[in-house]
Design a binder for this molecule. Sequence first.
Ligand code: S3P
Length: 172
Amino acid sequence: SDAELIPGNIILIGMMGAGKTTVGKLLANLVGKTFIDVDHEIQQRTGVGIPVIFEIEGEAGFRKRESEVLREVVQQQNIVLATGGGAILYPDNRTLLRQHGTVIYLCAPVSELRRRTHQDKNRPLLQTGNAHAKLAGLFTQRDPLYRETAHIIMDSGKQSARTFVQKLLQRL
Ligand code: S3P
């Protein structure tokens, strides 16, 4: 099919709960690319979950690992990459991602992000305080960064991953 003719890497960015992992797996399968999830890769390498890394090394320690893994995995060809929500916080990472693939921003409203991350124990940034307020604050801070990094911006809020992928394929 046409889907197999899409060249290069596809890099998914966006907030926690935007659907990067679900969309990424589906898309990779459809277009015959290798799926890589940065958080999963970090967990594989350290042998512990993300919350443990935050606990022991803090967010800064996690960001350092995340940046290292990003730099390494983008060297591969023909991948679909699901990044963590904070991957775009460092300017160097934003440049790196844009240079190594077509960057897609999965944009969803905070209410939807909240619904999809509800009671998720694997996201340390949402474990303390009011999760809705936290997500809203992160969204305000990051939305401009996702926009400046992305080649393509698409709403992933009110549609299934399958529909999202179909629409995305029309734009690639
Ligand atoms: C983070 C998002 C998480 C993970 C970590 C920090 C963030 O990835 O990297 O908990 O800062 O938004 P997901 O976007 O896959 O949840």
